[in-house]
Design a protein around this ligand. Sequence first.
Ligand code: FES
Length: 198
Amino acid sequence: MARPHGNNSAASVRPDDRSRGADPLAARREFMAKVVALACGGLATIPPVVAGLWAFLDPLRRTRGAASFLSVADLAAIPDDGLPRQFPVIADRVDAWTGFAAEPVGAVYLSREQGSREVRALSATCPHAGCFIDLEKATQCFRCPCHNSSFTLDGNIVNPSPSPRAMDELECRVGGNGQVEVKWQKYRAGIAEKVVQG
Ligand code: FES
């Protein structure tokens, strides 16, 4: 004769299940511990994600408004007669994540007085709308062909001209090796103030 079986469901309950069922406080504590562990795990992932984003966006940050001294000419190539001469500005262009080999990014007019090592640099970019300014040897002045702005050889406006300000002067230095370096910077067009283009 078969022996009667005991209660199956009661037999399958493990001791720790029973203890949890018996102690709701312990179960709540265990639940809270899991929540805290999850939250800490989530927080731990934030620094690496932020660092990754920073590194990813860094090229954008560096290319905005970045200005650097670029070598544009040898001092000997600038006659010391006070008359401006045009020189191209060559730079390795970086467009966000893409780098381009050295190429012309603009032009400057350089001049210096007799016997002086001090060089004056004017940007060839018109402050009116960004066209390229020519040097008119016949009239001894600068002229922008787009809307006819005129400037003296010092870069001051000759009125009437649509340009809202004088030509943009750029920082310039001469190295011990005689290399003339210009701080290449673009400024916002169409406004009276000289504001760096971001
Ligand atoms: S862009 Fe030079 S006058 Fe307009």
